[in-house]
Design a protein around this ligand. Structure first.
Ligand SMILES: Cc1cc2nc3c(=O)[nH]c(=O)nc-3n(C[C@H](O)[C@H](O)[C@H](O)COP(=O)(O)OP(=O)(O)OC[C@H]3O[C@@H](n4cnc5c(N)ncnc54)[C@H](O)[C@@H]3O)c2cc1C
Length: 408
């Protein structure tokens, strides 16, 4: 590692900041430059969709901590190219020639390709600027139409309903979150929002938006027209992998990396949402879009880049706050899994397990934090357990009889 003098990190958010800290704490004493196209001190993204009241941005760490760790935080520097001469070119900063580069560039909101999508008041939510614009619109009132019933859309629905705004969610699948949590859990969360007065239209697409300057109407595939003062589009994300698209690095819906975060070009590494990887507790290679996981991955890749090879093996964790409730999940289910709901499930309190061949691959719940944490151990162990026992509210998950050997 002695030859490493300068590591550049592109993207200063969950993954990039964690990587920089891990490099320094791991004993790397060369130059670490942390570049971001944004101008805010790195902040947490999850709070952006959970409140319409601006309480200021929650910084990931204090401004002084970067200086203390001798991390050069360079804001307002957007990288525009990585050259084959191992240079990083920026839009408004001098070109650098680091010994290694980490892509921690995250993802961007997928744009909705329909006419009228460019109208004023058609918003997306990824960063601080988006959150500010949304907050201003919500305080002017509704109706609000949310295109896409994913976690971010539903969190915004909850915030808007709390402000008394008329909210409609338009979702192409048969249920919100269908692809993420399956029909059973999706059904419970749908009911939660119905109960709070959210109108949910499923199995329909938005085909156009109309208005003179600002959006006024949303047109659906069945011809229905919804009035709208604001539209928020949450139809998924695309990886920010533009820097390496022409570089020859392997891409597959993101930047493909090995267990330590290295791409097939030893100069380039990737971490966080942009990285496509195999994970010990997931059955499919892919990207993971969770805050905690991006931080853990960033830290392990950062350590690996300075010679201490590490792998992120923690069961992926995600949460989503809706109304006064918190949804939490460890692991990831697949569409072919058997979903076992603990008896007595209600929209505002439930526990669900995704099983395949008797093994728990994911646990999710609302208002059951201890059980969800206990469920994580089941995902970790890979032991075979009984669906009946999981279904029974009397079963103590920490003492669940194991039917078969652990496989992990
Ligand atoms: C509104 C919202 C709510 C969320 N809520 C939750 C939640 O409740 N729970 C949860 O687990 N996860 C949540 N997430 C997901 C979580 O925030 C992400 O998984 C996490 O931010 C990923 O971190 P990252 O560092 O990989 O990328 P990002 O946070 O996307 O950061 C990438 C950074 O790279 C910078 N960048 C990109 N391209 C360039 C370039 N060319 N040059 C310089 N800089 C560049 C960007 O400016 C950005 O700062 C939420 C996300 C959003 C947007």
């Amino acid at each position: 590692m002695n030859q490493l003098q300068h590591i550049a990190i592109i993207g200063a958010s969950a993954a990039g900041v964690a990587a920089a800290g891990a490099m320094r704490r791991g004993g790397f004493d060369g130059t670490i430059t942390l570049h971001d196209g944004g101008r805010h001190l790195p902040y947490e993204r999850p709070p952006l969709s959970k409140s319409a009241v601006s309480r200021g941005l929650k910084e990931i760490q204090s401004a002084t901590s970067y200086a203390e760790l001798e991390i050069e935080l360079l804001l307002g520097q957007r990288a525009v190219a990585l050259t084959t001469d191992r240079e990083v070119i920026f839009d408004s900063a001098p070109t650098i020639r680091p010994d290694r580069v980490l892509l921690a560039t995250g993802v961007s909101a997928r744009r909705l390709p329909v006419s009228g999508a460019e109208l004023h008041n058609v918003l997306y939510l990824r960063d601080a600027g988006d959150a500010e614009a949304l907050s201003a619109e919500l305080h002017r009132g509704g109706p609000l139409v949310l295109v896409g019933g994913g976690f971010i859309g539903l969190e915004i629905a909850a915030v808007a309903r709390t402000l008394g705004i008329d909210v409609t969610v338009v979702e192409t699948q048969e249920r919100p979150l269908f692809n993420v949590v399956g029909p059973e859990v999706g059904g419970l969360i749908t009911a939660l929002h119905h109960d709070r007065g959210v109108r949910i239209i499923t199995g329909r697409e938005v085909t156009a938006m109309r208005g003179s300057k600002a959006v006024e109407e949303v047109v659906l595939s069945d011809g229905r027209v919804l009035p709208a003062a604001t539209v928020v589009v949450g139809v998924g994300v695309v990886p920010n992998d533009q820097l390496v698209r022409t570089h020859g690095v392997k891409l597959s819906g993101g930047v493909v990396v090995d267990a330590h975060g290295q791409t097939d070009d030893p100069w380039i590494w990737a971490a966080g949402d942009v990285a496509v990887r195999r994970h010990r507790h997931l059955r499919r290679v892919g990207r993971i879009e969770h805050w905690d996981t991006a931080q853990r991955h960033g830290a392990t890749v950062g350590s690996s880049m300075v010679g201490d090879l590490q792998e992120d093996t923690a069961v992926p964790y995600v949460w989503s706050d809706q109304y006064e409730l918190s949804y939490q999940a460890f692991g990831r289910g697949e569409p072919t899994d058997q979903v076992v709901l603990r008896d007595g499930a209600q929209p505002d309190e439930f526990l669900a397990f995704s099983l395949s061949e008797g093994r728990v691959h994911a646990v999710a719940g609302i208002n059951r934090p201890r059980d969800v944490r206990a469920g994580r151990s089941l995902v970790e162990s890979g032991a075979t357990v009984s669906a009946e026992a999981l279904r029974d509210p009397a079963t103590n998950l920490r003492r669940l009889p194991v039917l078969g050997g652990a496989t992990k």
